[in-house]
Design a protein around this ligand. Structure first.
Ligand code: DOR
Ligand code: ZN
Ligand code: ZN
Length: 436
């Protein structure tokens, strides 16, 4: 019996080196990896000569908005951006309008994502004021619980020691990680100057947040995942406190490659939380990623409208799109020799699969889900105007990359090929993703 699809004669990383191989796909799974000439027959063949065949990225930090904020992004535009950017799985954040604090809102998101998806979509939940209101009906459909100490999703909540312990206990009870946006600044203080913004959301606040959560974790146990680590000091703290998988962390391309000083002070485009830091922080973060102190790379794709971004710094919305820039930027590091293949594959594919319990994803090997990208080593300039995301303003505008996503395959089906979408919405991928 012929297999469904053969990716013929691409470049595959296996046993420590890049070699020519073909990848066979059948019933949505990787059937095997073959030397050229030894492949099984296939109903469809895609010539991948000179191109790299890689697992698609699992982006564990994405804001797809939708619901009452569809003008910023919706599940169709956001997951098209993912597919075009080489991301085959996204995990959607709960700070939506309305926020995910109850079963009905989560079900609304699931329904919207199922109908409009172009890739796999998993979810994180927020945590209601009464942590006991997190029911199994919510838990079975999420991959983690996210908290925002500087901007709590539930009204009347303050992230003191008692609350932090309750959150950790809840996550531990349900055997999922507690994700934290590491900023414990006072949400009631509105900055009156740019300096004040950077001081409120400074590394002191990131360190203090980490101290409080790690201190509580030492008592309660459970798993803690630190979102978008942005400071050298917090990377060092994670290194000191790491104990196998109970403390994990992520970093974004904008914190690895951009600094506050490379933009004019008044420019709202690079405004993001946590803010851009110094070149010293960038260097230490890259070092931490390479040494596995920080486990994974995420985009923190946070779309806003052009009107919201085209403002002076203080008035601009925080957040930048990242689904269409993360894989090309990280692969450029690989192609130019600054990041190894092992580091890339761990940070963008197998690492997030391990942390969030997606055991059938993130690896290009027999038996895994056929979530695959085909990439050519070719020059491309990042242009926000070409994004599928509704958010077209990026601080990476004009950056030269040397990686181009040619084809994206989700669950064995070709979704995106040479700049075109081959399937309609709501057909490929699984929603919601559950721990496997
Ligand atoms: O800059 C940010 N934007 N940081 C966050 O934590 C949230 C995000 C958003 O949702 O826009
Ligand atoms: Zn955040
Ligand atoms: Zn975020």
């Amino acid at each position: 019996m012929p297999v469904d699809l053969l990716l013929r004669n691409g470049l595959v990383y296996t046993q420590g080196k890049i070699v020519p191989r073909s990848v066979a796909i059948n019933t949505g799974l990787i059937e095997g990896i073959y030397e050229t000439g030894l492949e099984p027959d296939a109903r469809k063949v895609l010539d991948c000569s000179q191109s790299y065949i890689l697992p698609g990225m699992i982006d564990a930090h994405v804001h797809l908005r939708d619901l009452n904020q569809s003008e910023k992004e919706d599940y169709a535009s956001g997951t098209m951006a993912a597919a075009a950017g080489g991301v085959t799985t996204v995990i959607d954040m709960p700070n939506t309008d309305p926020p995910v604090l109850d079963k009905a809102t989560l079900e609304w998101k699931i329904e919207r994502a199922q109908a409009n998806r172009f890739v796999n979509v998993g979810f994180f939940t927020g945590i209601p004021k009464d942590t006991a209101d997190i029911t199994s009906g919510i838990i079975q459909n999420v991959l983690g619980i996210k908290v925002y100490p500087h901007a709590p999703l539930s009204e009347g909540v303050h992230y003191n020691g008692v609350r932090i312990r309750e959150c950790l206990k809840t996550a531990k009870k349900h055997e999922i990680p507690l994700l934290v946006h590491p900023d414990i600044s006072d949400s009631t203080i509105k900055p009156e100057s740019i300096e004040e913004f950077f001081s409120i959301h400074g590394c002191v606040s990131e360190v203090r947040a980490l101290e409080q959560f790690i201190f509580a974790q030492n008592e309660i146990g459970g798993r803690l995942h630190i979102c978008h680590v942005s400071c050298a000091a917090t990377a060092k703290m994670i290194e000191e406190h790491r104990a196998e998988e109970s403390l994990t962390g992520e970093v974004c391309p904008h914190h690895l490659f951009l600094t506050r000083n490379s933009f004019s002070v008044e420019n709202g485009v690079p405004k993001v939380l946590p803010p851009l830091r110094s070149s010293y922080d960038c260097r230490i973060l890259m070092d931490a990623l390479k040494r596995c102190t920080i486990d994974i790379v995420v985009s923190d794709h946070a779309p806003h409208t052009s009107d919201e971004k085209n403002q002076s710094f203080l008035d601009a919305a925080s957040g930048i799109p990242g689904l269409e820039t993360t894989v090309p930027i990280m692969l450029t590091e690989v192609f130019q020799g600054r990041v190894s293949w092992v580091e890339f594959l761990r940070a963008c594919c197998s690492g997030p699969a391990t942390i969030f319990g997606l055991r059938t994803k993130g690896v290009l090997a027999k038996g895994y889900d056929a979530d695959i990208i085909v990439v050519s080593r070719e020059e491309n300039i990042i242009r926000g105007s070409k994004f599928y995301s509704k958010a077209k303003i990026t601080p990476f505008e004009g950056r030269r990359v040397v990686a181009k996503i040619r084809t994206t395959i989700v669950g064995g089906k070709i979704v995106f090929d040479e700049g075109r979408f081959l399937v309609g919405r709501g057909i490929v991928g699984r929603v919601p993703l559950r721990k496997t």
